[in-house]
Design a protein around this ligand. Structure first.
Ligand SMILES: Cc1ncc(COP(=O)(O)O)c(C=O)c1O
Length: 450
């Protein structure tokens, strides 16, 4: 994309620019989440409905941010909104157990194959932190095996080799012991995992995003999951699926249902809380029971895994989450979102071909990834799935200038994507939305070529 894309965007968004000037004084980089960082400035949104949102200048966008993946039902689904409104009248925080949290967890247990028991958290990052803590405690081993490029939130042990520091060095503020307690493997390299598990016996668990890093930006195949499941079971190492994005999206029971591979533990956030803050870990009862109080002071004080959190299973998130999961379980939502994904990927690739570029749009399920390639990079989508494209090209390959310009070009045409670059598609994007997106993409490419 080009300076022209940025000029078009800035000409249309004067109020966002003004708010950004204020925001820069208040927030580092003017944003409240790294992913929302955009040069020259991000769009400020005022309201959203269905598959669309509107900015402070009154411009309309087709939304592929989807609440960072939380909104498979789109913005303000009437049943979810009504349930939350009703709950607001009953109180937002009881500081006590309540029936809704139970119904919410029972719904998860009905839907998710690995879920014997559940513990709620306030976010995916917290769920990831708790899952690793439970795994280390249950196995009495300190180390976690992770795959480069896979994202598991922003707590210390997972904050490198996921969106920065791919060389495995600690980002500033993170201590070396987090690196030392992590065994980092290349994505999809089962031999490296086997070697790691053969050469040491201090690994408690392996964790991965089951469709690959960033919802398949660096894709992982079912065959790798099967090998990893077999290997971890054989070596008595726990397998953890991070289903924060894939949960209730890839299939009602997540990637584990789709692939028929059951991990020992899984973590959820985003859709699980229906567009409100929340997360959960779910898995084998004997593992989650490491958090159980016993009639044994020594156990409670020294052996039990402690876990708190003011907003765990708060009634608003519980109500939104339960209602969303019920809709997902009943209505072919994941299937519809997946079909939308395929339609959109095809339409975007058609636009690329028409403009004579060698870029690729790929992805699976309800995700899409745009891969800008230089003229000498002649990869195909099959190459990506056959593991022939290095993950350095797939994730982190496009320059940040290129990504910012592409996002501005699309915003100027009324489409908001994530900076992967790519996005998530909901079940309420309709064919007209997808066609309009493809036309907008085509115009953005034309600006780029110009
Ligand atoms: C796969 C994955 N795991 C964990 C997280 C962290 O979740 P949260 O942002 O709720 O802390 C994310 C967030 O994008 C994610 O995509």
């Amino acid at each position: 994309m080009s300076d022209l894309s940025i000029q078009k965007y800035t000409a249309q968004t004067p109020r966002s620019r003004a708010l950004y000037q204020r925001a820069r004084e208040t927030f580092p980089s003017g944003v409240t989440h790294d992913t929302r960082h955009l040069t020259p400035y991000p769009v400020f949104v005022e309201r959203a409905q269905g598959a669309r949102k509107w900015d402070v200048d009154g411009r309309e966008y087709i939304d592929y941010f989807g609440g960072h993946g939380a909104l498979i039902l789109g913005h303000n689904h009437p049943r979810v909104t009504e349930a939350v409104r009703e709950q607001l009248g009953k109180g937002t925080h009881y500081g006590a157990s309540h029936e809704l949290e139970l119904e919410w967890a029972e719904q998860i247990i009905r839907m998710v194959p690995c879920a014997d028991k559940v513990r709620f958290t306030a976010s995916g990052t917290e769920a990831s932190l708790l899952a690793l803590r439970v795994a280390r405690a249950c196995k009495d081993k300190p180390k976690i095996l992770r795959f480069a490029t896979n994202f598991h939130g922003w707590h210390d042990q997972v904050a490198f080799a996921a969106s920065s520091n791919f060389d495995g060095t600690p980002p500033r503020g993170i201590t070396e012991d987090n690196i030392e307690n992590t065994v980092l493997c290349e994505p999809n390299d089962i031999n490296q995992v086997a070697q790691a598990l053969d050469s040491r016996d201090d690994i408690a668990a392996a964790i991965l995003e089951p469709t690959g890093a960033s919802f398949g930006r660096v894709p992982t195949r079912g065959e790798f999951l099967r090998q990893l499941r077999a290997l971890t079971r054989e070596r008595d190492v726990l397998l953890i699926f991070d289903e924060v994005i894939t949960g209730f999206r890839v299939a009602p029971g997540g990637a584990q249902e789709y692939y028929g591979i059951t991990p020992d533990l899984a973590l959820f956030a985003k859709i699980v809380a229906g567009g409100f803050p929340g997360g959960a870990i779910a898995g084998r009862a004997d593992l989650l029971d490491v958090m159980t109080y016993r009639d044994d002071a020594l156990w409670n004080d020294k052996r039990r895994v402690p876990h708190q959190g003011t907003f765990n299973a708060n009634p608003i998130s519980a109500r939104a989450g339960l209602t969303t999961l019920e809709i997902v379980a009943e209505n072919g939502i994941a299937e519809r979102a997946n079909q939308n994904g395929e339609m959109l990927r095809n339409a975007l690739n058609d636009a690329i071909q028409k403009r004579g570029l060698n870029w690729l749009v790929y992805g699976e399920f309800s995700g899409f990834h745009i891969l800008p390639l230089s003229e000498d990079q002649t990869y195909t989508c099959s190459d990506i799935y056959d593991g022939k494209v290095p993950h350095e090209v797939l994730k982190g390959g496009a320059s940040s200038e290129q990504i910012h310009a592409m996002r501005c070009g699309l915003l100027a045409e009324g489409v908001d994507i994530m900076p992967w670059p790519g996005g998530v598609i909901s079940a309420v994007h309709n064919p007209a939305d997808l066609e309009q997106t493809a036309r907008a993409f085509d115009r953005a490419l034309a600006t780029y070529k110009a």
